[in-house]
Write a protein that binds this ligand. Structure first.
Ligand code: GAR
Length: 189
């Protein structure tokens, strides 16, 4: 990554990973520039976080498009307008289709709250706790057409705190914020 590789962060929810990335950029630890935040949930808290940083938001409801291809094509137009080079998924709860994958080959990364390939999909932390595993974690990986599949870039293990989802989740989020910014800096420099 050069001094200011232009990235877009995609998120569907709270956006704590987006915030951690932006704060790492502000501290000079991650040499990137978030040009655009993209969300499929116009009411998501990530929109407020982006506005607080003065970062433009593209909020599109996929249901308002005739197809997924049309939805992603609208996103690509905006990404090109902002000259975005990499896409960083941070709690974006939607599969990426070949339209976006073809526009950004090997340039889309994701973070997931488990040691993939264990517990892909929604509520990975709940899945891990229900399964009774003692160790779960966080994975950063390249995105392909699958659900939380694609080559693994970085992982960190996090112990499950038995019977305490809140504490387990808090530790996972803390590790996500550290791992994602570190992995992005290594990947994009
Ligand atoms: C994060 O835990 C992220 O790993 C997860 O969504 C959460 C978003 O939190 N992503 C997935 O489960 C992807 N399958 P955030 O909105 O606070 O960054």
């Amino acid at each position: 990554m050069t001094a200011s590789t232009k990235i877009a962060v995609f998120a569907s929810g709270s956006g704590s990973n987006f915030q951690a990335i932006q704060e790492a950029i502000d501290r000079g630890e991650l040499h990137a520039k978030v040009e655009l935040v993209v969300t499929d949930k116009p009411g998501a808290f990530v929109v407020t976080r982006a506005e607080n940083f003065g970062i433009p938001v593209l909020a599109l409801n996929p249901k308002e498009f005739v197809s997924k291809a049309a939805y992603e094509t609208a996103i690509i137009e905006a990404l090109h307008k902002y000259n975005v080079k990499w896409i960083v998924l941070a709690g974006y709860m939607r599969l990426i289709s070949d339209v976006l994958l073809a526009a950004y080959p090997q340039r889309i990364v994701n973070i997931h709250p488990s040691l993939l390939p264990a517990f892909p999909g929604k509520d990975a932390i709940g899945q891990a706790m229900n399964h009774g595993v003692k160790l779960t974690g966080v994975t950063v990986h390249f995105v392909d057409e699958g659900m939380d599949t694609g080559p693994i870039i970085a992982q960190v293990a996090v112990p499950v705190i038995e019977g305490n989802r809140e504490a387990t989740e808090a530790e996972i989020h803390k590790q996500e914020h550290l791992l994602y910014t570190k992995a992005l800096q290594q990947l994009l420099q």
